[in-house]
Design a protein around this ligand. Structure first.
Ligand code: ZN
Length: 67
């Protein structure tokens, strides 16, 4: 797995969301995170097909806290 941003190695890790845990890829260099679901979506995008029932989780993972 290569990072789309910097082309470095990405590691498969388990992430913790608000309600769920999921697996994704994290770049060890720039910190880019790619959810497995995002990869699925990208596959669909390449096929130019939008799954109608796959819009529940499209935002990028991670916690954004504004203090
Ligand atoms: Zn990267």
């Amino acid at each position: 797995m290569k990072c789309d941003r910097c082309g470095s190695t990405m590691v498969h890790e388990q992430f913790y969301g608000d309600q769920e845990r999921f697996w994704g890829w994290r770049c060890i260099i720039c910190g880019e995170i790619v959810d497995d679901l995002i990869l699925e979506n990208r596959r669909w995008l390449k096929m130019r097909v939008v799954p109608a029932n796959d819009k529940t989780r499209v935002s990028s993972p991670g916690r954004h806290r504004n203090s």
